[in-house]
Design a protein around this ligand. Structure first.
Ligand SMILES: Nc1ncnc2c1ncn2[C@@H]1O[C@H](COP(=O)(O)OP(=O)(O)O)[C@@H](O)[C@H]1O
Ligand SMILES: [Mg+2]
Length: 392
């Protein structure tokens, strides 16, 4: 309850009323204890915990053994785990596996000694995707100096990291592109001479064993020529003319070409195109090559089994997205980053060059677009080509 002071100001008291009896006399004792300080502390605590609860920074509090006793909503959002899943768990469930045992030993040694640890970490969300944080871990110490828990305050730097990685990737692609153009030229010319020499010898010899070896040489030359052609395609983009194009038509043309293949007879192509899409300023031949590459990969992912490939186009704000999904073998999380690298292939020698996606990525970037991949091993993969609509 509240009482008045002599100056009429109000203060909080905790009141106890007791009945006492001494012989025949009955007393009523009223004990009032001034709790202004305690009230103030409670209010401070409430304010403090509200700040922690509502801040956009993900916060976790653990006990002295490192098990989580509190997480705020921002932490739930960023980690993808619910509070129920996190309370009582060890923060190591968020580990990305990117740092060794020694690293974590050092971190623990540091904070157990009562020091603040600060650093940038790659963590793993519940859905397996990475999230990056700038993390400060401070020990919580009681009046006697004993560590009773830890406060982990994160700053979510995922967007920043993703942008950095994209920049590094596009710079790498650009320099490799220049290199590729050079190599294609330097290797292409001698290769043409070799192949005409092979033809000359072939015509002038009647030795069966020599002819057999020449056939082998020719097939090897074909392999190199194939790679060179892809490299040249990549380094040629600027020589084509950009024209307003109907992306649906480009997608349909690509699909028709892929459907000629031998491996597609058990595959159903399910195509759903949005008919109200604006024209795009692109080079249709190049975009057609992108869709052919992605479609052939989708066909390959089925390994000759029957299945469905879904093709879809749709408007997305200021862009157009073309989605190509297969029900094939999928791509493991750690491979998602490398599939765009030149020469990365999981196909047998002679079957894949590992240049398809690299070339496609280069072409799409040229038109300021992007290629996104989502995949679940064993279930299938979706490639999304996003192209901006000009003037929006
Ligand atoms: N739809 C897909 N499903 C499964 N894996 C894929 C898919 N698309 C691409 N990949 C993987 O990416 C790799 C690189 O693709 P790409 O650059 O087109 O080269 P290639 O097809 O010559 O191997 C493939 O070898 C394959 O491992
Ligand atoms: Mg390919």
């Amino acid at each position: 309850m509240k009482l008045f002071r002599a100056d009429r100001s109000v203060f909080d008291v905790e009141v106890q009323i007791k009945a006492l009896q001494s012989g025949k006399v009955k007393y009523t004792v009223l004990l009032a204890k001034d709790i202004t300080d305690r009230k103030q502390k409670e209010l401070d605590l409430l304010r403090f915990s509200n700040v922690i609860h509502h801040t956009i920074n993900p916060i976790q509090i653990t006990d002295a053994t490192g098990n989580m006793v509190y997480v705020n909503p921002a932490f739930e959002r960023v980690s993808g785990y619910s509070r129920e899943e996190l309370i009582g768990a060890n923060p190591s469930i968020l580990r990305s596996g990117k740092y060794g045992k020694q690293f974590w030993k050092d971190v623990w040694g540091h904070i157990l000694a009562g020091n603040v640890w600060r650093g940038q970490l790659e963590n793993k969300r519940k859905d397996g995707k990475p999230f990056y944080s700038d993390l400060v871990i401070s020990p919580i110490v009681d009046d006697r100096g004993a560590v009773v828990g830890f406060l982990g305050a994160h700053r979510d730097i995922t967007d920043q990291k993703v942008l950095e990685q994209q920049l590094v990737r596009s710079q790498k692609m650009e320099s490799i592109g220049t290199l590729a153009a050079g190599i294609a030229h330097e290797v292409g010319n001698p290769l043409t001479s070799i192949s005409s020499l092979v033809q000359v010898i072939e015509r002038t010899t009647s030795d069966a064993s020599a002819k057999e070896k020449l056939d082998l040489i020719k097939s090897q030359i074909n392999r190199i020529t194939h790679i060179i052609r892809e490299l040249v395609d990549f380094s040629r983009p600027t020589t084509h003319t950009v024209q307003p194009s109907n992306i649906n038509q480009v997608v349909k043309d690509a699909m028709n070409i892929v459907q000629y293949g031998k491996k597609v007879k058990d595959i159903v192509f399910d195509i759903k195109l949005d008919d109200n899409l604006p024209h795009l300023e692109i080079v249709p031949d190049q975009l057609q090559q992108v869709f052919i590459n992605i479609l052939i990969n989708a066909v390959d992912s089925l390994d000759g089994r029957s299945g469905t490939i879904n093709i879809q186009s749709e408007r997305r704000d200021n862009a157009i997205a073309v989605l190509i999904s297969d029900s094939g073998k999928g791509i493991a999380g750690e491979d998602l980053d490398v599939i765009f690298e030149p020469f990365y292939t999981t196909k047998e020698v002679g079957k894949g060059t590992g240049l398809g996606l690299w070339v496609s990525y280069g072409i799409v970037k040229n038109f300021h677009g992007d290629i996104e991949v989502e995949s679940e091993p064993g279930k299938g993969t979706t490639f999304t080509v996003v192209l901006p609509v000009k003037g929006t």
